[in-house]
Write a new protein. Sequence first.
Length: 74
Amino acid sequence: TLISKLNETLDAMARTDFAPPPFITGEDLIAAGLKPGKLFKQILNTVYDAQLEDRVTSKPDAMKLAMEQIKPAG
């Protein structure tokens, strides 16, 4: 039945590691000239959330968003 097939698919998905690796890491931020600090985790989390929501779809897009996070407002 359709429900049993859906349950099989969901069970298979639950057993796989389907979260994609982040486009950028702290090493990328350091390479871009940033100094590690309290904003690193916040920036990386914001960018990874955007990646999971398909608002960024590449490493260059992810780095652009990361750099936008460190600019002062105004």
